[in-house]
Write a protein that binds this ligand. Structure first.
Ligand code: DON
Length: 556
């Protein structure tokens, strides 16, 4: 006992003594290599946007399950002068796509078609997004932002234990989709180095010829060829037609916080606003962290918000979304009218739906950056599932996304994350599929306070929701706010998932007695949040999620 106390005091001392000086800048991402590459760009005088671009390329090399040049994403930013904005470089449906493309003649969903192989691929947006960000905010030549990742691809990256098991678990699918000779049919052990010369070639082409290399040139041709061979419909016209879009972030207040998050075609910002506002009038701080009442409130807010998501949200260029109403205080008060602490609200009373379980693990990636000038960026990017559609562009060393599964393939039918949708998120040519990605930036008293986001499919929004409350209401430092156990509910299915063995049995039992559907056999980790917090005194600290290999790098 004494020894434990001594060790914990010693640890506290080490941590505290390390934290006496605030970093000037921080990058926190899924891999230390990528965070370091971002920091090096800042050290050369680049800004957060330059670092964002360099970090993204690095993740495409060393985190191939989610880092990408062939997926899509969102970035929310806040410049040091307080100006905020966001960019949408989400994938879009190819022009030959149609509403029932994943259904057979009897209207049944054809299993795996929206998740595996060529038809699952959406027209990639990442490269167009990075170049657009660079045109508007970049200060360092693009080729200098790409160069470290070319070197990384040639020199190779070290396989972590997590990466080994992730590659092992998908190898059969890589072979099924791409054949025996595909690059990732090779078995890799922990500690092996993976060199990716073809990816270095792709990055060189992009560096020399710009985004045209990817959307019109050699790389576009290879993508179209691989997609075709795998039964897909993307053509060169689709590639050439892709355009990223600047969008106004969703902006709302929670107590003294001023929050900026991603708007449609992501549901992240709107649902986060709904959840926070639905719990705002309750004394959640008094209830305390993971107290039964806190948990109940949060579950019920999540239930109601995910029900709205399924009906109202989609690509704003195709459907009219009542954003103001959805995040209006009165509307949200009314949504919580039937909530009671004595009993769970049944999801079927809010809206019915059929129930399946999730099939996929969590593979998207988020990174947060603050630069030495005080600019902040929050970026979430994805191939959707781990290694996307598993279609691999052998010539250039990367996987293609399976973002088409984020559309609603049929009203009321659940996607890979158990999410359901309807008309607002139906497939149409050129439309962007609804996302849950929630890159978020928060001000407190007019100053930058927090930068955060996470992968995790449908658990993205609820993870961001919890980390904000952990830090702001329960006073945790940002690393604890990220580390502490999480739970998740999304209206349909009825179940509530809790990270295993990380909650008090008595709380779980009591919630079950009130009608919450909680099983003890959930094993997955919920979200992998990478966050930065700035204290009232201006002290910068980072929280890299220990659920993954995530790591922060700093400038002091
Ligand atoms: O856009 C979305 O919401 C999903 N495609 C995100 C997928 C994801 O987070 C996968 N897991 N980490």
């Amino acid at each position: 006992m004494k020894k434990t106390l001594f060790l914990s005091l010693a640890l506290t001392f080490i941590l505290c003594s390390k934290e006496t000086k605030s970093p000037k800048a921080a990058v926190v991402s899924a891999r230390i290599e990528a965070s370091k590459i971002g920091i090096e760009i800042l050290k050369k005088g680049g800004n957060a946007f330059d670092a964002m671009i360099a970090t993204n390329f690095a993740l495409a090399v060393c985190f191939p399950n989610a880092g990408n040049i062939s997926g899509g994403g969102f970035m929310v930013y806040r410049k040091n002068n307080g100006e905020t904005g966001s960019i949408d470089y989400r994938e879009m449906a190819p022009k030959k796509a149609y509403e029932k493309m994943f259904q057979n003649e009897s209207g049944e969903i054809i299993s795996d078609k929206s998740t595996k192989g060529g038809l699952a691929v959406g027209v990639p947006g990442t490269i167009a997004g990075l170049f657009e960000i660079h045109r508007k905010f970049g200060t360092i030549p693009m080729k200098d932002l790409i160069k470290p990742s070319i070197d990384l691809a040639l020199k190779g990256f070290i396989v972590t234990a997590g990466q080994k098991s992730s590659l092992d678990s998908k190898r059969d699918e890589f072979i099924e989709v791409n054949g025996q000779n595909t690059f990732y049919a090779n078995e890799f052990k922990k500690g092996d180095t993976i060199k990716n010369k073809p990816m270095a070639e792709a990055l060189k082409l992009i560096s020399e010829k710009g985004e045209e290399a990817f959307y019109e040139g050699e790389i576009a041709k290879s993508i179209v060829e691989e997609v075709r061979e795998s039964g897909g419909i993307i053509d060169l016209e689709d590639m050439a037609a892709y355009k990223p879009k600047w969008r106004i972030p969703v902006n709302f207040k929670y107590k003294e916080l001023n929050i900026f998050s991603m708007g449609p075609p992501s549901s992240g910002g709107i649902c986060l606003a709904q959840m926070l506002k639905m719990v705002e009038k309750y004394p959640i701080k008094e209830f305390g962290y993971n107290n039964e009442k806190t948990i109940q409130l949060m579950i019920e807010a999540e239930r109601r918000s995910y029900a709205d998501r399924s009906k109202f949200l989609g690509d704003p260029d195709f459907v009219k979304i009542p954003v103001d109403t959805l995040i209006n205080d009165k509307y949200l008060l009314n949504r919580m009218k039937d909530f009671s602490f004595s009993k769970a609200t049944s999801s079927s009373k809010i809206n019915p739906g059929e129930i399946i379980s999730w099939k996929e693990s969590e593979e998207t990636t988020h990174f947060s950056i603050i630069d030495q000038f005080g600019n902040a960026i929050s970026t979430t990017t994805t191939l959707n599932a781990s290694y996307g559609s598993k279609v691999y562009v052998e010539k250039y060393g990367f996987f293609l996304n399976n973002e088409m599964d984020d559309f609603s393939s049929k009203p009321g039918t659940q996607n890979m994350f158990g999410l359901i949708g309807g008309k607002a998120n139906s497939i149409e040519p050129g439309k962007r599929m609804l996302s849950s990605m929630t890159p978020t930036i928060i001000e407190k008293d007019g100053s930058l306070y927090m930068i955060l986001g996470t992968p995790g499919g449908s658990t993205i929004i609820t993870s961001v929701f919890q980390v904000i409350l952990n830090a702001y209401e329960f006073g945790m430092n940002i690393q604890d706010a990220v580390n502490f156990p999480r739970f998740h509910h999304q209206w349909i299915p009825e179940k509530v998932e809790f990270e295993k063995e990380r909650f008090k049995n008595a709380t779980i039992k009591s919630l079950q007695m009130k009608g919450y559907d909680i099983s003890s056999d959930y094993i997955r980790k919920i979200g992998r949040v990478d966050a930065i917090m700035i204290s009232d005194e201006g002290f910068i600290s980072a929280g890299a999620d220990p659920r993954g290999d995530d790591a922060a790098a700093f400038i002091y």
